[in-house]
Structures are given as structure tokens and as C-alpha cells.
Design a protein around this ligand. Structure first.
Ligand SMILES: O=CC(=O)O
Length: 335
């Protein structure tokens, strides 16, 4: 047994109890793979306790060395401070905005994440939302299923994907996958990013408003942080213009949602395809009522196949931590 109390050939639970891992909310990997995870770890489920979270952490979680997190419930400074033995947070997300990384750095808590595991799946959904919004697939579905076609209703024309100028906001692994998919459709790709990338020849804009003014579609692929919160504001939306579409597979709060709703309702932009929202799972009722908006319940990241890889990554990271080995997908916490 090593100093983290983990025995790798731990078949006898009485002799070698399974390491405890705190879970603040049920992660999607639980829904499909809880049995597999529970064979190796003992999960302390905060949501199962009748106690308020702080009390639960103070009374039940003092010896907890690891948290399994999943992009929604924040891992705050106060949570981290209530866990004196904490050494690792494994998140099943690629985004890290829900974890107080500064406190992790200060406390020496390691973080492991999903990295670029979901990038291809997210890019597929971004392209799907774009094609749906342009060609009105969901709107057409409603038109047929509501009997309007049979009643000789009028269904307006969609717009062509080929030749469209698409601005990718954030050319990380998701943005690059989106570009790779849209090029063969004949789209002209432009982008904005923290830095110009030498690996692509797409026109670069350091200013997102200038990018918006030069394209017909904006696809938000960047991470949420203090610099990108509400980066897509009224000025950017107006620059995108009345024929412009916005697709968001990043985080809801990168767009000023209220402003976007206003622009959509007043025809200041043409439509939207959204997988993420500012206050999930709440979606503004105005968005639900609009026919030029395609909505998806923050599922761009997960397919059956990637969840199977994800569960192995989670197990691998936890096992590495409990046996003092290097993490499989560590987050580099800058100084
Ligand atoms: O949105 C989901 C993630 O960050 O993985």
C-alpha cells in the first residue's frame, strides 16, 4: 500500500477499503457507468445527504482526498477549504470554469480533466446546429408535425451553407475541428483567438467585433473565463448583423444572453443554434418561442462512445493519484 492509502490489487474490501471520492452532483458518467466506477472507489454522494453541503463536508468528508466533478456544480474556494486532505479534483469536463483553479494552485491540489476528448463530438454538433439553423431543419420538422404543410401553410426558404463566411471564436482543439469540417462544405473560415496560429492560413482577427463584421456566422468555441464572459455583447451582435447567425458550443455566459434574445426578437441577427446557456438548465422562454433558434441541452460533449473512453480516463486519473503516479490528463496550473 502506498502513502495515499491505495492498494492496487485491492480485491478484499475489508482488508483494503476502497479510496473515498467525493461527488457533489451526479455526473453523466454515473448514469451509465456507476457500477464500474464503484467497483474501485467509494463515492461519497453529497446530493444523497440530508445535510446542507457545508455541514456534509465538515462532518463526512474530512478524510476525502479526491473529488469527482462534472462541469455544473462549482468547486469553490469554500468547498476546497472544507476539505483539508484534498489532493485531486478530477473533472469529467473539458471546460474548467467551474473549478477555483487559483485556490487549487494555492493549496497544491492537482486537477485532471477531459482535455480534447470531446472536441470532435462538439464540432459535429456545432456544424449540425449551423446546418439546422441555415436550412431550417427543426423549424421544418415543426411545420410538418404541426400539420401546417398539409394545410398549405407557407414555409420560408433556408440559406446555403457553401460559400458562407464563418468566424470561429477560439481556435483551440474544438475550433480547429469545426474548421476542418466546414472547409469541405465550401465555407470561408475566419477566426479570432488569443493568439494568431501559425498552423492555419485562415484570416485572423484579434478583435472579435471586427471578426463579426467580416463574417455571416459566428461559432463560439472558446473557454469561459474573466476575459471571455459576455465577450459577445450588443456591439458584437450588431456587427454580425441582420443576416448573421450565432452558434454557441462554448459556454452560455460567453454571450450576453439577454442582449442576444433582444437582438433575435428584434431581427438584429437572423438566428441562433445554442447548446449552452447562461443559467442551465433554464432557457429563456423567449428563446423557446422563437422559430429561428435551434436549442440543444448542453449535450455536444457526450456520445455513448466518448463516455466509455471518459470513464476509463476518470478511473486512470484516480488510480494514478491514489498510487502516486503521474496523472493521465493533468491540467497545468500556471503560476
Ligand atoms: O461542456 C462540457 C465540457 O466542458 O466538457
Amino acid at each position: 500500500m502506498d502513502c495515499n492509502g491505495y492498494h492496487q490489487e485491492n480485491h478484499d474490501q475489508n482488508l483494503f477499503p476502497k479510496p473515498k471520492v467525493l461527488v457533489l452532483e451526479p455526473p453523466p458518467v454515473f448514469k451509465y457507468h456507476e457500477d464500474k466506477l464503484s467497483q474501485k472507489f467509494h463515492f461519497l454522494k453529497a446530493w444523497d445527504s440530508p445535510l446542507p453541503l457545508d455541514q456534509f463536508l465538515t462532518t463526512q468528508a474530512q478524510s476525502v482526498q479526491a473529488i469527482l466533478s462534472h462541469g455544473t456544480c462549482p468547486v469553490t474556494t469554500s468547498t476546497i477549504r472544507l476539505l483539508p486532505s484534498l489532493g485531486l479534483i478530477v473533472t469529467t469536463s473539458s471546460g474548467l470554469n467551474q473549478i477555483d483553479l487559483q485556490e487549487c494552485r494555492r493549496r497544491g491540489v492537482s486537477v485532471a480533466y477531459a482535455g480534447s476528448l470531446f472536441s470532435a463530438d462538439v464540432a459535429d454538433i456545432a456544424v449540425g446546429l449551423l446546418i439546422d439553423a441555415l436550412r431550417k431543419i427543426s423549424a421544418g420538422n415543426r411545420y410538418v408535425t404541426q400539420g401546417l404543410w398539409a394545410n398549405n401553410g407557407d414555409f420560408s426558404l433556408g440559406s446555403k451553407l457553401g460559400g458562407r463566411k464563418v468566424g470561429i471564436v477560439g481556435l483551440g482543439s474544438i475550433g480547429l475541428e469545426v474548421g476542418k469540417r466546414l472547409e469541405p462544405f465550401g465555407c470561408n473560415i475566419l477566426y479570432s483567438s488569443r493568439n494568431k496560429k501559425s498552423s492555419v492560413s485562415y484570416p485572423y482577427f484579434s478583435n472579435v467585433c471586427e471578426l463579426a463584421a467580416n463574417c455571416q456566422v459566428l461559432i463560439i468555441c472558446c473557454e469561459l473565463n474573466d476575459q471571455t464572459r459576455h465577450m459577445i455583447n450588443k456591439e458584437v451582435l450588431l456587427a454580425l448583423g441582420k443576416k448573421g447567425l450565432i452558434i454557441n458550443v462554448g459556454r452560455g455566459a460567453i454571450i450576453d444572453e439577454q442582449e442576444m434574445v433582444r437582438c433575435l426578437m428584434q431581427g438584429e441577427i437572423a438566428g441562433a443554434g445554442l447548446d449552452v446557456f447562461e443559467n442551465e438548465p433554464r432557457v429563456p422562454s423567449e428563446l423557446i418561442a422563437l422559430d429561428n433558434v435551434v436549442l440543444s441541452p448542453h449535450r455536444a460533449v457526450h456520445t455513448e462512445e466518448t463516455l466509455m473512453v471518459l470513464v476509463e480516463l476518470v478511473i486512470g486519473n484516480l488510480e494514478a493519484f491514489f498510487s502516486n503516479k503521474p496523472l493521465l490528463s493533468p491540467v497545468i496550473l500556471d503560476e
